[in-house]
Write a protein that binds this ligand. Sequence first.
Ligand code: PHE
Length: 342
Amino acid sequence: MMLLASPWNGYLEKIAASGSVTDLDAVEHELFGRKAGALTMALKELGGLAEAERKARGQELNAARIALTEAITNRRNELKSQGMGSLATSDTLDTTLDLPIKERGHLHLIHEYIRKAGEVFGRMGFDVAEGPELETEAFQFDLLNFPKHHAARDSQDIFYIHGSKDPENRELLRGHTSTVQIRYMQQVGRKPPFRMICTGKVYRKDADATHSPMFHQIEGLMVGKDVTLANMKAIMETAVKNLVDENVEFRWRTGYFPFTEPGLEMDLRWRGDESKSREGRWLEVVGCGMVHPNVLKNVGIDPKKFQGFAFGFGVERMLMIRHQIPDLRAFFTGDLRFLRQF
Ligand code: PHE
């Protein structure tokens, strides 16, 4: 360190001792500050000195200015590179650190499944249709060939809307998606042949491990000139293999629905070990059958020329078998620990 006259030498020491850029800035200000910097003041005072003294003092201050400026610049560079050096050691990336997982939303498994069903049936030539959840007895029952006093109309099962205007055609929450069969076939200009599916919510006064007051159905309808029961079975078997499991075990039983003749039901075998009580048991997942001639007549299709079949899968029940979920109510509790698994 070069030696300067006092007090400049003291400043050189201060500069060397400053431990941070902020400290250094403070020393710089003490020296060169425009108003009260020590060196600034000293330079200002030069003018008031006698000639000889001014020369000597001027040289001294000039040497000090050069030396101090250089010392500040050097110290600043030193401090900066020290900072970078410590950053290099402190700012390392620990790839083993267990960081909190960033939450990302995803579709509820029922909705994802409904999309998948659209694809599976889409590949077999089915269109996707929709219908309202708020319906009337006409679509829920009458046009589907239910007799006027059929037990299914009982308010024990169906959610009726209070204050319906027409007591002969009460409003209700649809109890099955078969309502959409009628709406689809009634559409102006719709002529067979056609294949459609409709997925949506349905409502029934039911609640236990395999029933919920709201659940989802996939309705299917295929009408054409020579559509047979064998076609129906082939399509439905393809559907369950794709939508449940390639090796799913199923069985057919006869079933009864006013809007089919004949009617069938398909059961899938429970294959979970999570719920031992269900193991080996059969779960009914779909009702189906050949569309009743009266239903075709009701929508203006000649049953002598056209036949068809219809089916109604229970979405949650298919998912129960697919993922071995023992209780259907799990779908609707909103428990994230359950939902995150899918
Ligand atoms: N709608 C019937 C139900 O909900 C299922 C079904 C649909 C049966 C189509 C036959 C044909 O139980």
